[in-house]
Design a protein around this ligand. Structure first.
Ligand code: GDP
Ligand code: MN
Length: 386
């Protein structure tokens, strides 16, 4: 789960990590009031779940009240396009108005779970403020990493190594070490999966503060992180993904043309791979779960078809717990109810697969059956060629 910058900064403050002072505004009027309270210069910042706002014109340094007002007018209520948003951009519904700080130096600090080593990677770079992805690609040696064993937690020498690698001295060094230790604590306590402070700023006064903050959380922990779950902003999420979650299905929208309906995450991944191998792109990931009833299948169809890019659907279900004949009946019922008029390829394997085949064959519907996964992928890809 993702949250906004202003929410991430509230969490940082709870962990005694310094941030600029700021206030959230929902209108230009409020933005002006907050600017007045904070005393310009202020920074007007679009709150959307995407980075790169600065370059996209969504972060504006404002010297005077008039400037703050003009900047708020220009950003609020508009679609902000950054390299991380959809191409049409993301609608800005709130602004964070922050007291501007005097920057001496901008660094990068981030933490992410490294699944291959089962450790947490703590990364810092002297090249802060810009796209870290570009630094990782062009000059990876500028990113310094410490691997943290979650059983031991961050050791003080690791935090010092990170601060040393940024060439920090004196009070700034001490402040940075404290910052890193607290940030690790936050990462663990909140069940975060990613924390990024870009830029991490050294101020004129030698204080080390978080000028920007991004925190993602492990969805599997939300049941025990009620306060964090409450921060979810459904305006920023893909509506179809929210809809799917209501029915305990995992759906992730992608940008291909072939809709996929599969049971089991592993099989769903394999199905996406084989579609790519056959020369087309999947339109989504969809795991309908273990109990695929006629109802779930209908809901699944609705979600897949709400994506106008979908030109054909591949259903790939393994009948383990769920019986294939039930799935076949579900497919037929769904097609009748929602008037599906694009090609559908169905591969059902496992319990009662033969009965399922008979049901589909005698339905007189435009459904193509397949036995092997390769064959299923070929068939569905071929329908796009006609
Ligand atoms: P992002 O582009 O979405 O990552 O947004 P950021 O919050 O990182 O802001 C982008 C850039 O705006 C930062 O790297 C800073 O250079 C600049 N910026 C943000 N806040 C301040 C501030 O208080 N003072 C100054 N001088 N620059 C700021
Ligand atoms: Mn940033």
């Amino acid at each position: 789960m993702k949250i906004h910058e202003y929410q991430a900064k509230e969490i940082l403050r709870q962990f005694n990590i310094p941030t600029p002072i700021g206030k959230l505004a929902f209108s230009v009027k409020e933005a002006v009031e907050h600017s007045q309270t904070l005393l310009p210069p202020v920074v007007v910042k679009a709150q959307i779940h995407a980075g790169g706002r600065g370059k996209g014109g969504g972060v504006k340094f404002s010297k005077t009240l008039k400037e703050a007002e003009k900047n708020a007018e220009n950003i609020l209520g508009k679609n902000l396009i950054t390299y991380q948003t959809k191409k049409e951009g993301q609608l800005v519904k709130k602004l964070l108005i922050e007291k501007a700080v005097n920057i001496k130096h901008e660094f990068y600090a981030g933490m992410v779970l490294d699944r291959s080593s089962s450790k947490i990677t703590f990364m810092v770079s002297s090249e802060g403020g810009v796209e870290i992805e570009k630094i990782a690609e062009n000059s990876p040696e500028k990113i310094i990493k410490e691997q943290i064993d979650p059983l031991l937690g961050i050791l003080p020498y690791q935090a010092r190594n990170l601060a040393f690698s940024l060439n920090l001295k004196g009070d700034v060094f001490k402040n940075a070490v404290r910052f890193f230790l607290k940030l690790y604590h936050l990462y663990i306590q909140t069940d975060a999966s990613l924390v990024e402070i870009n830029p991490l700023v050294v101020m004129q006064e030698d204080e080390v503060i978080a000028l920007d903050a991004k925190i993602n959380f492990d969805d599997n922990s939300l049941f025990r992180q009620k306060n964090i779950h409450a921060l979810q902003d459904l305006d920023e999420e893909e509506p179809t993904e929210i809809e799917a979650a209501k029915y305990n299905m995992s759906y992730i929208k992608l940008d291909g043309n072939i809709g996929c309906m599969v049971n089991g995450a592993g099989l769903a991944m394999a199905t996406m791979d084989i579609i790519k191998l056959a020369g087309e792109k999947p339109a989504n990931f969809l795991d309908i779960g273990g109990k695929a009833s006629a109802d779930t299948i209908e809901k699944g169809f609705n979600i897949i078809l709400s994506d106008k890019n979908v030109k054909a659907v591949l259903i790939n279900v393994f009948g383990g717990i769920v019986r294939c004949d039930r799935v076949a009946n579900g497919v037929i019922q769904a097609i009748k109810n929602i008037d599906v008029n694009i090609p559908i390829v169905v591969r059902l394997q496992g319990t009662n697969a033969d009965i399922a085949k008979d049901i589909l064959n005698s339905s007189e519907m435009n459904i193509m059956g397949a036995t092997e996964l390769n064959e299923a992928a070929q068939k569905v890809v071929n329908t796009l060629k006609k």
